[in-house]
Ligand binder design. Structure first.
Ligand code: NAD
Length: 456
């Protein structure tokens, strides 16, 4: 079916009002959950094919997060959908005020390849919850997952309500020409700009979940062994292809050597002495990305790892040292299992270095000192992050995730997902039992009263 025809069908279906009721939304969410339950092993297999994700990682980082999101929405949706009463000011006597959430209409979700299931279905849950129709465009770089998701959607929903359009740049561009009411995009900063430009033509609302270089700071008082374990987990899960993975380390120079040795121990404990032989260690998504990453192995000095296999497209968890900001590895988001380690002497230096660059999507600080933690949290602007951990903020339905500045606009998860796919319609309902005349030009004392009620 032509994309414009699909769009027309969805718009007409939306206008019937079918997607709006609470029972309908809850019913669709339950159907979606059931379809995922039935196809769980296929999803896990597809994640293995595209990214060599192990079963545990596939469940914990992708399927489990979507289940949690669906359960949370089902539990709270009734409350979120209710009109919210707010106060009316004295100048508006006789009235009641409330805010009614209404669906935006036809939504487009464009997903990336790195968590190809979760980053497509998580926003889908929000769009359904808010009462929209949806066109979902998975990433062409994860074809096995794209095929399973297409099959799930086609066997669960009618295309006038939820449809998948598979494909790459061409299909994505064709979709972006359509007058959607909402575009939810997850991907790179460069494509995020293309999406926003296309959305501007129709004044379509956008949420942009983008990337960037997320710093991880380890202060001298940190619990170093634990920090190393949690950093290795955050950096090398999915072979570093995680938008909120620590991109580079800033370590207090006094503890650098100790941390490096703990990091090596942690990598071995997670993936063994030979990570490329570990059955569940991730692969790089494509040859192009693999080659881009291999170039970074020439930057600075390899302190640990550095091996690669161009048949399986795998790169060992690698620590780089002797790194300067001018090197290619520090010029772009790494998005792979290579961790450059830089040192600092004082926190002002750290703040200055990060502030001089685009606002990161995530930031992690390891320190036992609340003052140090607060300095990082208050002085640096970033999307979200953790104190003494990595990644874990992403998996909470209670924490909205999203970037700021170049790392994106708008946050989602839990109630925030409902909000970004809704319009909050403000209504003032006035009584007809009386009419206080002071607002009218004919009222003699009206101006006096207005001045009194709105005095500075
Ligand atoms: P990408 O921007 O290349 O692609 C994302 C989507 O856009 C895909 O569906 C792709 O088909 C489509 N696309 C690609 N080029 C396009 C074009 N010219 N016009 C229109 N559509 C186009 O991103 P990716 O490589 O799939 O993902 C990696 C990036 O995504 C990284 O920068 C990462 O940090 C970011 N990311 C962010 C989050 C987040 O939650 N903030 C999550 C995952 C990934």
């Amino acid at each position: 079916m032509a994309i414009s025809q699909l769009m027309d069908q969805q718009k007409s279906y939306y206008l019937t009002g079918a997607t709006r009721g609470l029972d309908f939304r809850l019913g669709q969410l339950k159907k979606l959950k059931q379809a995922i339950v039935e196809r769980e092993s296929e999803i896990i297999q597809a994640l293995r094919t595209d990214l060599n994700k192990g079963e545990k990682e596939a469940y914990a980082f992708e399927i489990g997060i979507v289940y949690q999101e669906i359960a949370h929405v089902i539990k709270h949706l009734k409350r979120w959908m209710k009109p919210k009463k707010v106060k009316s000011p004295m100048t508006h006597s006789g009235s009641r005020s409330f805010i009614i959430p209404e669906p935006l209409g036809a939504a487009l979700i464009i997903a990336p390849w790195n968590y190809p299931f979760m980053l497509a279905f998580d926003p889908l849950v929000g769009a359904i919850a808010a009462g929209n129709t949806v066109v979902l465009k998975p990433s062409e770089l994860a074809p096995a997952v794209s095929a399973v998701m297409t099959s799930i959607v086609r066997t669960t929903f009618e295309s006038q309500y939820i449809a998948v359009v598979e494909g790459g740049v061409e299909e994505s561009r064709a979709l972006l020409e359509q007058p959607f009411d909402k575009i939810f995009f997850t991907g790179s900063v460069a494509v995020g700009k293309i999406v926003m430009e296309a959305a501007a033509k129709h004044l379509t609302r956008v949420t942009l979940e983008l990337g960037g270089k997320s710093p991880c700071i380890v202060h001298h008082d940190a619990s170093l062994k634990l920090a190393a374990q949690r950093i290795a987990f955050g950096k090398f899960s999915n072979a570093g292809q995680t938008c909120v993975a620590p991109d580079y380390l800033l370590v207090h120079q006094r503890v650098k050597e100790k941390l490096m040795s703990y990091l090596q121990e942690a990598i071995i404990s997670l993936y063994g002495e030979k990570p490329l032989q570990c059955p569940d260690y991730g692969k790089i998504i494509s040859r192009r990305h693999y080659e881009r990453l291999c170039h970074f192995l020439n930057d600075g000095k390899v302190a640990f790892g550095g091996g690669a296999d161009d048949k399986t497209l795998q790169i060992e968890p690698t620590l780089l040292e002797d790194i300067s900001w001018e090197l290619p590895v520090m010029q772009e988001e790494i998005f792979g299992p290579i961790l450059p380690v830089l040192t600092y002497e004082n926190l002002d230096e750290v703040v200055g270095l990060i502030q001089a660059r685009p606002k990161p999507l995530a930031l992690y600080v390891f320190s036992e000192d609340k003052k140090v933690q607060d300095t990082m949290l208050k002085r640096i602007s970033f999307g979200g992050g953790c104190v003494n951990d990595t990644l874990m903020h992403f998996g909470s339905t209670h924490l909205p995730v999203g970037g700021v500045g170049e790392s994106g606009m708008g946050s989602y998860h839990g109630e925030m997902s409902f909000h970004i796919f809704s319009h909050m319609k403000s209504i003032l309902k006035q009584t007809t039992r009386f009419d206080i005349p002071f607002r009218y030009p004919s009222s003699k004392i009206g101006f006096k009263i207005i001045r009194k009620l709105t005095k500075p």
